[in-house]
Design a protein around this ligand. Structure first.
Ligand code: SAM
Length: 276
């Protein structure tokens, strides 16, 4: 019987194939090509412009790391802004913190939210939380125009193509800095230090030109590229490597814990040298 494969090209010399059970949905939205595919290895998977965004198999690693590492190093994160994250997974993790009173999630493409609610309910469940406000607009404009101040801003954006390009810029990080409280923090997904080294180093340098403290942590996300994926945390006051106060392990987490938190910031020599 013929087999169906999804081919994801990462660089001019690196690509991967994922065997597909069924293409559940595909459309061209106002912003990007969107597909939801059911894969043999990773379960249901959201693909935007040919790049895997989240899969049922390993989304817990990515979402726990982008949320809890920064949230646990801030003693009292109450107001959180998420840019991107239209699948709802990052918001689901943020809402597990009992200090959180308000999450504003700004996703440019309503079709990502609508399809995530249909096909990825274990992530999109966060949209039912009364503390979450959903804004369908460009995160760049939202940050420029909002009058709100936040304790935490999380940039859960797609790769630096299309509408996401500016989300990796120094200007955008400066705008975010101006919307953070005096002890606020920013956490961003900063790509693969191996296969997207230029983006990874750029993010670190751009954040370092705006925030006094910038730290990188790593975790494996199998459906992205081989090797570590990176998360970069900028802070006005708190040390991202230190778990604040008496934070307890949140029940039910599958990847993050206090030892993973500490270990994630210990960088291999070649990555330390990249960031020098
Ligand atoms: N975890 C994924 C990753 O690391 O690639 C990202 C998840 S989420 C699906 C990324 C979202 O960012 C997409 O839904 C995309 O529409 C959204 N996005 C891209 N540019 C944006 C912008 N300027 N403002 C708001 N959302 C944006």
């Amino acid at each position: 019987m013929n087999q169906l494969w999804f081919y994801e090209k990462h660089t001019s010399g690196y690509g991967v194939h994922w065997r597909v059970n069924q293409v559940l949905h595909a459309e061209k939205t106002k912003y990007q090509e969107l597909a939801i595919i059911d894969t043999v290895e990773c379960g249901k998977t959201l693909v935007l412009d040919g790049n895997i965004q989240v899969s049922e198999m390993d989304e817990f690693i990515y979402h726990e790391m982008i949320a809890h590492t920064a949230m646990n190093s801030h003693p009292h994160p109450e107001k959180v802004l998420i840019i991107g994250g239209g699948d709802g997974g990052t918001a689901r993790e943020v809402l597990k913190h009992d200090t959180v009173l308000q999450v504003d999630l700004v996703e440019i493409d309503s079709r990502v939210v609508e399809n995530s609610k249909i096909y990825l309910p274990t992530m999109a469940c966060s949209f039912q939380d009364p503390r979450l406000n959903l804004y369908i607009e460009d995160g760049i404009k939202f940050v420029q125009n909002t009058k709100e101040y936040y304790d935490m801003v999380i940039i859960d954006s797609s790769d630096p193509i299309g509408p996401a390009v500016q989300l990796y810029s120094k200007e955008f990080y400066l705008d975010v800095h101006n919307r953070l409280n005096t002890d606020g923090m920013i956490a961003v997904q900063s790509e693969s230090p191996i296969f997207y080294q230029d983006v990874f180093v750029n993010v670190f340098e751009n954040l370092s030109s705006v925030f006094d403290t910038v730290k990188v942590c790593l975790a494996p996300v199998m459906t992205y590229t081989a090797g570590p994926w990176s998360f970069t945390v900028g802070s006005k006051k708190w040390d991202p490597e230190r778990i604040a106060g008496d934070k307890k392990q949140i029940n039910g987490l599958k990847y993050y814990n206090e030892y993973v938190h500490k270990g994630a910031f210990i960088l291999p020599q070649f990555i330390k040298e990249m960031l020098r």
